[in-house]
Design a protein around this ligand. Sequence first.
Ligand SMILES: Cc1ncc(COP(=O)(O)O)c(C=O)c1O
Length: 313
Amino acid sequence: MGDPGRIRREFDRTPSSPLMELDDPRLSRAGVRVILKRDDLTHPLLPGNKWRKLKYNLARAAELGHETLLTFGGAYSNHVRAVASAGARFGFRTVGVIRGEEHLPLNEVLAFATGSGMRLAYLDRATYRAKDTAPVVEELRREFGRFYLLPEGGSNERAVRGCAELPGEIGVPFDVVCCPVGTGGTLAGIAAGLAEGQRALGFSVLRGGRFLADVVAGLQTAAYGEVSANWTIEYDFHAGGYARRGPELDAFADDFAHRHGMSLDRIYVAKMMWGLFTLAERGAFPRDTTVVAVVTGPMAADPPAPPRPASRP
Ligand SMILES: Cc1ncc(COP(=O)(O)O)c(C=O)c1O
């Protein structure tokens, strides 16, 4: 079973992620300064926004005496991978409920998850869509017993509170924080943590992602009882939809890797960066704007090795 004290200590002693200024003539021409917040470097097994989203959830699960974490995701979910790692590290059993059918051999993400001790279950797409309803959750409880439920993408009010700590770590003056948006918790939290006069700009990685504005507002309401007016979402940089990529995104990301030596993850971070550069070059930011772009996930070519599961009673 997870130990809340140990979980808190480990989170508290982890240094905040570094800042890295981007030197790029396209930005200097536009008069925009871009600083990367390298959350990808926070923790090798729980990188990026996963660390922030799990922080208060893991402590809460342990406080409530839960032995099992159960969560949902697609077959390539970074979140499912992170929950598997967190369980192995902090002594929780983990269950990953995966959208769609089982495909063998398991892909790299799910092989990592099972290698970390996670049990996998599969829901057909119709049942998966109903995963937040009482009948589906009850059926999962019948099958797996008592568990702490982490929603898809890990986005709930505790995740929002964890992400709200990010702006406080930025030790330089800035105007805008950018992040990718998938399930909305990261943007909801970052915006909530900003000071007066600063704003947050999210980039939807989903096609048809306009519903995300309601999702982000709902998460802020769940966490704080109100919605902040300091964030917006860009919807034109999804490159075809979730996990899709077109020639423009690929060309941008290849060029970015060449110029800056960073191979951005193309499901999330590359879409945000592509959108940010495009907007800067279009003159969407006033000159002398400082933007902090959050690298919310690990570099593309650098998957961590699976940890060994913690021994269990
Ligand atoms: C690397 C990465 N960046 C960004 C996001 C999007 O964050 P959110 O789902 O909170 O909108 C995710 C998904 O959680 C992710 O895995």
